[in-house]
Design a binder for this molecule. Structure first.
Ligand code: HEC
Ligand code: HEC
Length: 388
């Protein structure tokens, strides 16, 4: 079999998998999304552990630059252990949904979640607004205008925090609440601008795809025969590309892949439990802190509310650099890619909802070839200004 022979259909699929550095989605709900000054501020916030209850947790604690912007743990460890695995924050602008269950509809709204999550930063928005005023005033005001006067307000208050923080929040007047939440939302917008600069660079699979389009023998040699066989399986018999498609190897949608829950007593409902959350989130695209008009929020307005397939469904993860960041799945259920391949070869019935996977019965060699292909999807991570 000529491993470099591809049908026209497969050639089109491969061309769509080619990484295109220019393809970055500018989020209309964040007017600073593409500003280098916002990315600069966001990078400082990302690495600053003061935005946490114990002064020790920053975004970078879990999204560590030396660990593929992840932490290598099955479940994230902030103030305490969470229930899901840390996701990579590289090439995340393609959206439309964020978190494993998509309970946020923008990158900036996503960033606000961990800050007030009691298991992660355990911070609160008034504390964070004070810190911005104290340490980041110049950078903040150049982007967003004056920081409101917080002088007479207490140190801590939030609608989501501890009982004392919630009580303090109740005592604030509505103008103060809006002002604080706006500073908080703007922090998220700067963080999102920074995350938008983190991009994947070419892998050997990209070189090979160029080899096909240019018919260049040197580039066609970028993959070994085993990796090419893996690529044929990925598009063909194993049907991985039905969900893992496009330049990041994800359709950005939610699927039930029958991954056993890490805690069967509290089985994770996935997407099904997230729809109400994103619809009622004050920081969503239609909310008061979004920079877009409500009628531009198509994804949110036309969200599928009663789709039974969303029970136990999680966002398809991208597969770039996947071999460099075990463990795998939404709660780190699988330690290695070999475990992942055994799962796909003979998937169990889903514990929650209905599985979309078919039994593939892949031979040992076929599983090895697919793993080889996944390794060939590794490349550098580059910090690149969004304008490029
Ligand atoms: C305690 C560890 C921890 C900290 C701290 C943390 N994260 Fe995360 N991050 C996670 C976990 C776990 C998930 C997935 C959670 C889920 O789906 O419920 C995640 C998901 C994300 C995602 C979603 C990616 C996607 O593809 O949907 C982004 C973006 C992100 N984090 C950015 C941040 C930013 C910005 C901060 C700082 C404000 C931060 N994280 C702080 C653990 C952490
Ligand atoms: C029906 C859609 C679908 C198909 C088909 C599919 N996947 Fe997945 N894949 C997913 C989803 C959804 C997850 C996350 C599931 C979870 O955590 O519960 C996932 C997770 C993964 C992961 C773990 C990545 C990570 O960061 O945790 C790998 C590796 C992977 N898939 C590879 C493959 C390969 C190889 C194939 C073909 C044999 C394949 N997938 C077929 C949807 C799919």
């Amino acid at each position: 079999m000529d491993l470099d022979h591809w049908t026209p259909d497969e050639k089109a699929q491969l061309a769509a998998m080619r990484l295109t550095p220019a393809a970055i989605n500018i989020d209309p709900s964040n007017r600073v999304a593409a500003l280098p000054e916002a990315a600069q501020l966001g990078k400082l916030l990302f690495n600053d552990p003061r935005f946490s209850r114990n002064g020790a947790v920053s975004c970078a604690s879990c999204h560590h630059p030396d660990r593929q912007f992840q932490d290598g743990l099955p479940r994230a460890q902030g103030l305490s252990e969470g229930v899901r695995r840390t996701m990579p924050v590289v090439d995340v602008t393609a959206g439309p949904w964020f978190f494993w269950d998509g309970r946020k509809d923008s990158l900036w709204a996503q960033a606000l979640g961990p800050l007030e999550d009691q298991k992660e930063h355990g911070s609160n928005r008034l504390h964070d607004a004070h810190l911005v005023q104290e340490h980041y005033r110049t950078g903040y005001e150049a982007l967003f205008g004056p920081v409101p006067d917080l002088g007479k307000l207490p140190q801590n208050a939030s609608p989501l925090g501890t009982e004392a923080e919630k009580a303090a929040w109740q005592k604030l007047d509505s103008q103060a609440r809006t002002d604080i939440s706006r500073v908080f939302a703007n922090m998220g917008k700067a963080l999102a601008a920074y995350e938008a600069t983190l991009r994947f660079g070419d892998s050997r699979v990209d070189q090979y795809i160029d080899g096909i389009s240019k018919n260049d023998p040197k580039l066609l040699a970028a993959l070994t025969p085993a990796e090419k066989t893996g690529l044929h399986l990925f598009l063909g018999k194993a049907q991985c590309a039905t969900c893992h498609t496009g330049p990041l190897l994800t359709d950005h949608q939610f699927h039930n892949a029958a991954v056993p829950p890490s805690d069967p007593r509290h089985a994770d409902q996935g997407r099904a439990a997230a729809i109400q959350k994103v619809l009622t989130d004050e920081f969503n695209c239609m909310g008061p802190f979004s920079d877009t008009k409500p009628d531009q929020c198509g994804e949110l307005r036309f969200i599928a509310k009663d789709d039974p397939h969303m029970l136990g469904a999680f966002k398809t993860p991208g597969l770039r650099n996947v071999a460099l960041r075990p463990p795998y799945m939404h709660a780190g259920q699988f330690a290695t890619l070999a475990d992942v391949m055994r799962h796909y070869s003979k998937p169990p019935n889903a514990v929650v909802g209905t599985s979309e996977l078919k039994t593939l019965d892949l031979s040992e060699t076929e599983q090895q070839d697919l793993i080889a292909l996944l390794h060939a999807l590794s490349g550098p991570i580059i910090e690149m200004p969004p304008a490029q």
